[in-house]
Ligand binder design. Sequence first.
Ligand code: HPA
Length: 279
Amino acid sequence: MKDFVAKVQEAFQFLKSRLEEMPKIAVITGTGLGAIGESFDANVTIDYLDVPHFPSPTVVSHRGMMRFGKMAHRSVVVMQGRVHLYEGYAPWQVTFSIRVLQALGVQNLILLNAAGGINPAFAPGDIMVIVDHINLTGSNPLVGPNVDQWGPRFPEMTDAYHKALISKVEKAATDAGVQIKRGVYAGLIGPCLETPAEVRFLRLIGCDAVGFSTVQEVIAAAHAKMKVVALSVITNVHDPEHPAPVRVEDVLKTAESGMSKIKAVLESVINSIDDTATG
Ligand code: HPA
């Protein structure tokens, strides 16, 4: 664990030496959504591969670039792509970026992902704001000795998805004419897609969407007392009574087509965040 803390410190020092201004807001893009990072003028761009110890994505739809700059007059970093447990990365590696962002002083975290629909009322292309999650990955990034300087041994999860930020997202969506759903996200380890029986199970336990990311990051961010909001693009909807294969090409295409809706919401939410607040 000490090793992990030292590695985060090294990554932090590397970034600090390259940045004039520390971001208070971070956006992590997901499958098919990396281009969001290109829609604003970054003044510093850093490849994950150049940052000491920073894990690098192995899946093509995740670019592995950090872009630092201004969005809606706020200092922002957009992390284009993430790593997942299914790539073979350990939970501490999956949440390495969160610890580095914590060290940089990031207080607001906006997570984006592509997810499969479990709620039958959802349609491909829908945007869902995550109001809660069920961690079914079988792992947790906080297992092991607690790093007290990062957060408490038993962090609270009742407000892991920040209610005021969720309201800001919903207002931003309404203002932009984007319909937005709310729902519970099931985090699975992947990489195989869900069986029809698993889909029935996920419905039964109250999940609206399913994916292979986000929950580890949210747990680490809750530990770090960051304000988190997470948006899913629903790329496909599972029907366990008429199961149909999920095609990765379709997931990517639908995620990309959901990008304009996400972008419309994102800028307005960032604009509404008071990045001088510390509470
Ligand atoms: N399952 C898991 N992850 C996903 C899916 C899905 O159906 N669609 C997009 N990401």
